[in-house]
Design a protein around this ligand. Structure first.
Ligand code: PMP
Length: 355
């Protein structure tokens, strides 16, 4: 039976990425070696890094003055790398979920943190709207897509101070005006590659301003200077990322990804709103296109386990909601086809008809 992969991350990747990575495991770029065995200093792999950076810049339309680097440690490591490199006086954070909380917690190790607003009062079911970004902060940190709760900031905010964004779960899902951001980071394991890679897009003139000494590996300038090859990077994962970027370009770039993501999200949210058995968990205007969270409607709560079983029997994978929300979460990343969303919708309708 066909599986429909709604995993929140690691998650579905383009078939092209999976197949071409598999080929390179046998023979990478005609070298006669597996990509598992090549040197990160080989000219063939250096070409991979260069093309990956070039495609990041092309697909996201990254202006001059920004660098793209690849590092390890996941987005969680960026939670402290960001303040390490940027926080001198104070930082401002918008708290829209657990990832934002974790990011702010790390920043507090380096200096004062002003929380400009938080949606914790309603279990992060909305994005706070009325807040003032302090003009004396070194940067303002946001999480553009809240993977656990299913809310998303779909506009590029105006900020009087450098805007720093964790885009782990919505990078490449829509065109972004990178010039409005000082730094964008994320783990690769949703829209880009298998787990094991972290990307950072940074405006270079923001670096080198803090007075604290920076360990070499923490200093973004190390990785910029060395083209992300200061130490041994995850060779295979970077290659897979390159394949996804080539696929994205061939499909029509981030504008086309956005068109598809809008269509997929609309299809599923319409069904949630129509179906008497289900109800969405977040404020409609803040609904994420990447992670769609829903629970059983009041009066039907006892059907949750039965629906989970039914969906599983129809090939749905990874729709169990995060433990802090409950219910269901369907992640609709770039590589998930519309047919999979339709299959889930069919499943919800069939279940409704029999109850
Ligand atoms: N930020 C967001 C928005 C996430 O969704 C995640 C992981 N799902 C993280 C940070 C943590 O990423 P990592 O596991 O790569 O450290």
């Amino acid at each position: 039976m066909k599986k429909h992969n709604f995993n929140p991350g690691p998650s579905i990747l383009p078939q092209y990425t999976v197949e071409e990575t598999a080929k390179a495991i046998h023979d990478f770029a005609g070298t006669g070696l597996s990509i598992l065995e090549v040197s990160h200093r080989s000219k063939e792999f250096e070409a991979v890094v260069n093309e990956t950076v070039a495609l990041f810049k092309e697909l996201l339309n990254i202006p001059e003055g920004y660098a793209v680097i690849f590092v390890g440690g996941g987005a969680s490591t960026q939670f402290f790398h960001v303040p390490y490199n940027l926080l001198e006086k104070k930082a401002a954070y918008l708290i829209t979920g657990q990832w934002a909380q974790k990011a702010a917690k790390e920043a507090k190790l380096f200096g004062p943190v002003e929380v400009v607003a938080s949606s914790e009062d309603k279990n992060f079911t909305y994005i706070p709207k009325d807040f003032t970004i302090p003009a004396d902060a070194d940067y303002f940190h946001i999480t553009t897509n809240n993977t656990i709760y299913g809310t998303e900031i779909l506009t590029d905010l105006d900020s009087p101070v450098p805007l720093v964004a964790d885009m782990s779960s919505d990078i490449f899902s829509r065109p972004v005006d990178v010039s409005k951001y000082g730094l964008i980071y994320g783990g690769a394991q949703k829209n880009l590659a298998p787990a094991g890679l972290t990307f950072v897009i940074v405006r270079e003139d923001l670096l080198g301003k803090v007075s604290r000494p920076l360990p070499t590996m923490v200093d973004y300038r190390t990785h910029i200077k060395n083209n992300s090859l200061y130490n041994t990077p995850p060779v295979v994962i970077i290659y897979s990322a390159l394949l996804t970027l080539r696929w994205m370009k061939e499909q029509g770039g981030v504008a086309e990804m956005e068109r598809r993501n809008k269509a997929k999200a609309e299809l599923l949210y319409n069904e949630i709103d129509r179906n008497k058995l289900f109800v969405g968990t977040v404020a409609k205007e803040d609904r994420s296109r990447m992670n769609v969270c829903f629970v059983m409607a009041p009066g039907y709560e006892q059907l949750e386990a039965e629906f989970a079983e039914f969906a599983k029997s129809k090939g749905m994978v990874g729709i169990k909601g995060h433990r802090s929300v409950g219910g269901f979460r369907a992640s609709l990343y770039n590589a998930l086809p519309l047919e999979s969303v339709q299959a889930l919708v069919d499943c919800m309708q069939e279940f409704e008809a029999s109850h």
